[in-house]
Design a protein around this ligand. Structure first.
Ligand SMILES: Cc1cc2nc3c(=O)[nH]c(=O)nc-3n(C[C@H](O)[C@H](O)[C@H](O)COP(=O)(O)O)c2cc1C
Length: 188
């Protein structure tokens, strides 16, 4: 199974990147996490540019990467109470053309890390909402990592608190089960 991983952060040293790295460490064999890291190359969605076939190459690359994946896993910070604009832009590009959208029917899950207390719960809720409206089959569940600057192990790719690490593993198990159920049901 190929899981495409998308971080909503462009920041070097991003806690959400670290969360994806921690996820990659514990995924079972047979599940490959593939990062898509060209978010900063995406302009805001423009229907005129899209319909004229003039979108930058990163758009086609994103759509192909999503189409080639069995599932999508997003790790997102929260910006001003919602998901970062760059991540929303990626969802917008991947939601069109409507009838043949890369996201259509794709199992998707979200998790989130912030330096604040609440672990990007609003960003995760909004990301799920946008993904669902875009046609993805969304796992309706959060993984909030608050105070992310203290949350990760200093030297290993995992969360420092064993309970939080267990919550990550539980979240990933639920995500993989969701992805497999969709595959078993014959959803493309
Ligand atoms: C523009 C901006 C807005 C932010 N708004 C929120 C917010 O609404 N809620 C929150 O918990 N954290 C907020 N933060 C803090 C980020 O969630 C925090 O910096 C987080 O570590 C960013 O994720 P990253 O480490 O993956 O880059 C904001 C940060 C920025 C730069």
């Amino acid at each position: 199974m190929k899981v495409l991983a998308l971080s909503g952060s462009l920041r070097a040293g991003s806690h959400n990147e670290r969360l994806l790295r921690a996820a990659a460490e514990v995924l079972p064999s047979g599940v490959r996490l593939e990062r898509w890291d060209r978010l900063r190359e995406l302009p805001p969605y423009d229907p005129d540019v899209d319909e004229a076939g003039e979108a930058p190459a990163a758009v086609a690359d994103l759509r192909a990467a999503i189409a080639d994946a069995n599932a999508l896993l997003i790790a997102t910070p929260e910006y001003n109470g919602t998901l970062p604009g760059g991540l929303k832009t990626a969802i917008d590009w991947a939601s069109r053309p409507r009838e043949d959208a890369a996201l259509k029917g794709l199992p998707a899950g979200v998790m989130g890390a912030t330096t604040g207390l609440f672990g990007a719960i609003w960003a995760q809720a909004d990301a799920r909402k946008a993904l669902g409206i875009a046609g993805a089959r969304v796992l309706e569940r959060d993984l909030p990592i608050g105070q992310a600057h203290h949350a990760f192990h200093d030297t290993e790719h995992r969360l420092a608190d064993p309970d939080l690490q267990a919550a990550l593993e539980d979240h990933l198990n639920a995500f993989l089960e969701h992805a497999r159920q969709d595959a078993a049901a014959g959803v493309p």
